[in-house]
Design a protein. Structure first.
Length: 138
């Protein structure tokens, strides 16, 4: 399987993970999600609704990059950043005692997806565009 195909697959898996998280909060029980992920009890979850909507919308910007990372180069790089920055925040938050240990699971998920996306994206750009890609020079 090519780096391009794997990149597309990993991006879509990340989008589906984000949408699943958002759907659980928006359409089901956000308190149950907090409990299941061991993210600590919350009296109010309005912030979680806001976070979920933003996460779902952000994921929409990943889709063009999954299809054509050369044409949507900025989206491709931002989707990697969009995984690694939150992962770093979750890890730092736990290490500094600001976030419950359950956030380590979110760190592991985002960091794993982000690092894999970074490796695949570097391989894709190292190889260059293929026929039919934006920027391909025959």
């Amino acid at each position: 399987m090519s780096a391009r195909t794997l990149f597309k697959l990993v991006v879509w898996l990340g989008v589906l993970a984000n949408w699943t998280f958002a759907a659980w909060v928006l359409f089901f029980d956000p308190h149950q999600l907090l409990e299941a992920l061991n993210l600590g009890p919350q009296d109010r979850v309005l912030w979680l609704y806001n976070y979920s909507v933003l996460l779902a919308v952000l994921s929409l910007f990943y889709i063009p990059a999954a299809r054509d990372p050369f044409r949507y180069r900025a989206n491709a790089w931002f989707l990697v950043v969009g995984r690694l920055v939150p992962a770093s925040t979750f890890l730092l938050g736990v290490l500094l005692g600001y976030m419950p240990r359950g956030f380590l699971l979110l760190f592991l998920g985002d960091a794993t997806i982000g690092v894999i996306q970074l490796i695949l994206l570097l391989a894709i750009f190292r190889r260059g565009p293929a026929a039919g890609d934006y920027g391909y020079a025959a």
